[in-house]
Design a protein around this ligand. Structure first.
Ligand code: GUN
Ligand code: ZN
Length: 425
């Protein structure tokens, strides 16, 4: 069992606000080198420079980096097995690899085993909270909720809604889907650290009737999240235009039924137009930027610097090639470089911690190292291996050091991971 009162020593880094785009010296960064973070009953209760008295169990991580646990705002549990699949863009990739792999989750044992492996892999990557796609099968969402509950993790998920343009074994229908959603919401939504997300796979795999049902669920309970994909790939955008000729845009398909709201997490958003972007901002929704996936599937280069809405960072595994959010930060920098923009370590880290938490309306609970927040914490080695160690030693100022860390780090840098004060890695 975890000690009731304990203290963690290390280099503490989090944010007090959103850092400005491109600003390397940012007042939004709170860095307390060699400080102690105090934890009581799974929550952070304070921080101090001096060693706490003997009533606190002490864990000494001097010389290591302490960050809030990362928040992956878009990732697919059933796609671990198709990570790194060769040779396709989105629509072919779904047909050839993803849909066949997801079919297996009809089996409850497979769903449970998949959820266990997936959640442990998140924690081993330093991700303590996530917004997750299950499969169309009710049991796959159940398994994720139960696995997250057992680990004390903050998890947002839901059964995937898809009633057309998918193979046998991977389609639901409106009546059955609604019944499954209502049952899962009753059993898991707002239980402990779990929340339900109405999960529309994407516009092409739902009939207009199913989209209307999803919108009605959201309207009936404003505490529900919504997650889906939007404007990821050009062929996908053209397909949606053919399927929904009455809609002004891809995003408008969702807007018309009430799915674009302040708890909506829209993955990708590469091919949104100006009007769509303003609407997302007005509705208070967020875009989950998935740089590794966008590069791997050749989807396009997300325009982050001009985004008027909240942007969080996500792995989108199995389209993405790593659950590690530092790896995804490195990819995000490269995506912006290809656009002629420069992503600071601060904007990247903020999008994976405080920024994501606030966009999810969970800023009181996760995303920072402030008193009152859950002790979801990760301890990182500043460097792994001689190349990274030499780079780290050469860094002259904080941004340079953190940027090199974000560029070179992955799950091998993770020294420890705590969820609600309990050590899980
Ligand atoms: N669009 C619809 N389904 C998916 C999926 O599973 N992954 C990605 N990246 N995009 C999608
Ligand atoms: Zn996805």
């Amino acid at each position: 069992p975890a000690p009731r009162r304990w203290a963690l020593r290390g280099d503490l880094l989090d944010f007090t606000a959103a850092p400005a785009w491109g600003e390397v010296a940012s007042a939004a960064v709170r860095f307390d080198r060699d400080h102690w973070l105090l934890i009581e009953d799974g929550r952070i209760v304070g921080r101090q420079a001096h060693e706490p008295d003997a009533s606190w169990v002490r864990k000494d991580h001097a010389g290591q980096l302490v960050l809030p646990g990362f928040i992956d705002t878009h990732v697919h549990c059933p796609q671990l097995e198709v990570i790194g699949s060769y040779g396709t863009e989105l629509l072919d990739w779904l047909e050839r690899y993803t849909f066949p792999s997801e079919c297996a989750f009809a089996d409850p044992a497979r769903s449970r085993a998949g959820a266990e492996v997936f959640l442990d892999a998140l924690l081993a990557s330093g991700t303590t909270a996530a917004v997750v796609f299950a499969t169309v099968h009710k049991v796959s969402a159940e398994a994720l909720f139960q696995g997250a509950m057992a680990r004390g993790m903050r998890l947002i998920t839901g059964k995937v809604l898809m009633d057309r343009h998918a193979p046998d074994g991977l389609r639901d229908d409106v009546t059955r889907a609604e019944r499954d959603c209502v049952d899962l919401i009753q059993r898991f939504h707002c239980q402990g650290r779990l929340s339900y997300a109405v999960t529309v796979r994407f516009a092409p795999t739902s009939t207009p009737e199913q989209l209307a049902m999803a919108g009605a669920l959201c309207r009936a309970d404003a505490s529900l999240y919504m997650q889906t994909h939007v404007a990821e790939n050009r062929a996908e955008v053209e397909w949606v235009a053919r399927l929904f000729p009455e809609a002004r845009s891809y995003l408008d398909v969702y807007e018309r039924v009430g799915l674009v709201h302040e708890r909506a997490v829209l993955a990708h958003g590469i091919w949104l137009d100006a009007q769509d972007k303003v609407l997302i901002a007005e509705r208070g929704a967020q875009v989950a930027h998935c740089p590794s996936s966008n590069l791997f599937l050749g989807s396009g280069l997300f325009d982050w610097s001009a985004a008027p809405f909240n942007v969080s960072l996500a792995s989108d595994v199995g389209g993405g090639t790593s659950l590690s959010l530092p790896r995804n930060m490195g990819d995000a920098y490269k995506v912006q470089a290809l656009r002629g923009q420069r992503l600071t370590a601060w904007t990247a880290l903020h999008a994976a911690t405080r920024g994501a938490a606030e966009a999810l309306q969970l800023g009181h609970e996760i995303g920072g190292l402030s008193a009152g927040q859950a002790a979801d914490l990760c301890v990182w080695d500043w460097a792994q291996g001689p190349v990274a160690a030499a780079r780290d030693a050469a860094a002259r100022e904080l941004h340079e050091r953190v940027f090199a860390w974000m560029t070179l780090a992955d799950e091998r840098n993770l020294a420890a991971c705590y969820v609600a004060g309990r050590q899980r890695v």
